[in-house]
Design a protein around this ligand. Sequence first.
Ligand code: ZN
Length: 773
Amino acid sequence: MLHTRARRRRLFVALAASALVAAVPSGVLSAAASTVPTAVHFETDATDDTTGMTPSWARGEEIAPSALVDDTVDISTLEGAPEASELAEQQEQFDLPTAGLTTSAHTVEVAVIATAGSNGSTSYVNDAGVRAIVDGAETYWKSQSNGQITAVDITVSIKRYVSTTACGQQLEAWQEAAGKFGRPDAVDYVNTPALHLLVLAPVSCGGGGRGTVGTNHSGTSTVNGGVMWVSYQDPESLGSRATAADALAQNVGVVAHEMGHNLGLQHSNAHLCPVDITEGLYDPSTDSYSNGCSDEEYGDGYDVMSGVAANAGALNVTQKQRLGVLATGEMQQLSLAAGKASSATTTTLVSTGQTSGRRAIAATDPLTGKVYYIDYRGGGGQDAKALYATGFYENLNRGVRLLSLGNADESLVFRSPTLSGTSGRHLYVTTGQSLTSQSGGVKVTVKSIASGVATVTVTLSTLAPGVSEVVPRLDGADRFEASASISRASFTPGVATAYVAGGLNFPDALSGAPVAAQSGSPILLVAPGSVPASIATELDRLNPGRIVVLGGASSVSEAVQTHLATYTTGGVTRLAGADRFAASADISAKNFESGVPVVYVTNGLNFPDALAGAPVAAKDGAPILLVTPGSVPDSIATELDRLNPGRIVVLGGVNSVSESVQAALKVFTAGTVTRLAGADRFAASADISEKNFAANAAVVYVTNGLNFPDALSGASVAGRDGAPILLVTPGSIPASIATELKRLNPAKIVILGGVNSVSSAVQNELALYTRDY
Ligand SMILES: [Zn+2]
């Protein structure tokens, strides 16, 4: 297709300064002309036989909005505008009743001028032609304001005269025209609700327009008035193939654009970054973005407030949001519920060009609080003839877009980071593709596009990009759901045995962890008197060969034991004792032979040491037995006698298991009694890990060291995987744990528990300790 590419003609958007110089006879350029305006103007000089597109201009290889000069005019520069010191007084004087207005009928006073230096004729457009342009703008803004603008009408006679102003002298042209309509100053249009002045200048001014932005009273409102200056375009000025209809569409688009400025809208720009980057962070001190990103004024070629005026597309979701013209239900608001790490919402959007139905999403980034907007440009409705929908561009096409508001309330659309290349804009994604905010907090993925609608999934996450892959989280709404979640992620249906323990206390589950781990079995938590729904569902899924209850009837009642029989055909048995110590002795007695190489002993009155020790015991095929800080209970002494272990390891410091208990334990073994401990529970878990697990671990489990429920079901999983459990606080990684994580250099870290147990900030930080992040 190279030959057709070579023959394809360039499309010029708008008026570059050089084009203006060429268009205006030399000698009449005023100083102001070099700053002239916008122009939303296409130009082509030849035919294009590569497409059957409408309109009839050449297909564009690339738009070049960077060639455009800013067309916005600050209202303070208008004749009659108040000095800053007089602003308050003036605002009082023009105390506009805009706040309560929900609809407004706009009027436009139109002056058709012959500029100084032109041929002196104002017959380049007749009154019917002027009315057709204003009618077009009316149709546009009635639909795009959702009916808040009820009319845009010419109610007084169109004035025609030879102006004293040249093409570039918009401020003077407005002041002159205001006088023709009997108004003292151009600023009166800004100060009167829903009143506009349109100065139409001849084709020889080179296209484009200028407009004031907002009013002193209402920055952005469908009730605002203002002044517009537009260089009329005829078919000849647009290119040899342009028709009268094309020229009308162009003039309507420019007037609609300038009227958008009057209403208070800024431009619709594109945010462009290097390949693989979606967004940069804005730094106000340097007025620039990180990551090599920058904004391209006018760059969102889908929107009327961009550099593309012809056949104006629907107003962007960002611009609609600023104007307040989206009805309830037309934009879905998404934010992450408190206490949740992530959420995924699937929504179907109709195309932005439609005038009803859900066609926008506002998603709040849970990491930054910034709001992102999502829309679907699918053609149809207002977009039916929009250039992007006609195949006019190579890079702008139908698809789902991610947008935000910039620092000056301009609209920003993001470029697809994977499809950007060096020149292509690709301001959209399509089925199977995603766009993600800079922080990673908002991600939109297109599930499907069909029959004029796009189905998207918006994922809100408090995690940085890629973190959830290397630091996944197993959690649930409560300890029971967390338990079910850990089991679901770790065990396949048909397990030989499922262990069930009381979820309100820790000793039984932790005593059982080595046993469950050895046989590759889950431990599920229940309430003393009931099986929570989440656990019932998980037991149904697991379909265990048999069920073993850990602990006495005060932890898991007889009624629950009876009910558990419905989840297995293999019966339900119980390992228990008169208390937690006796229960741990019973669990050991039923599962370990006399002469075990090692026994782990820990404090039965607190959980951290047993939690960290459970995977080690599992790895060694060793029981965990519980003692008090000051004594060895009789039931434990009896079991130690029976076990006759090769050695004994105490888990935890002297506050958990005293020196005297450690000494007393010597009578139960011919080997040593050693201790794994640290200055605190965190250091103890680090020490237990360091003495038992090799570096370059496949996986490490991390849980809250200040609370136990999240990890109870995880201990058996960690044990099965030969993985350590390390303890952290909800908001930080203790220094001892950081050191151990560095040594372990794991591929993956699994968090046991929700964001209230281990925060998203800690999750992000943990990713830095994984070897491939
Ligand atoms: Zn503009």
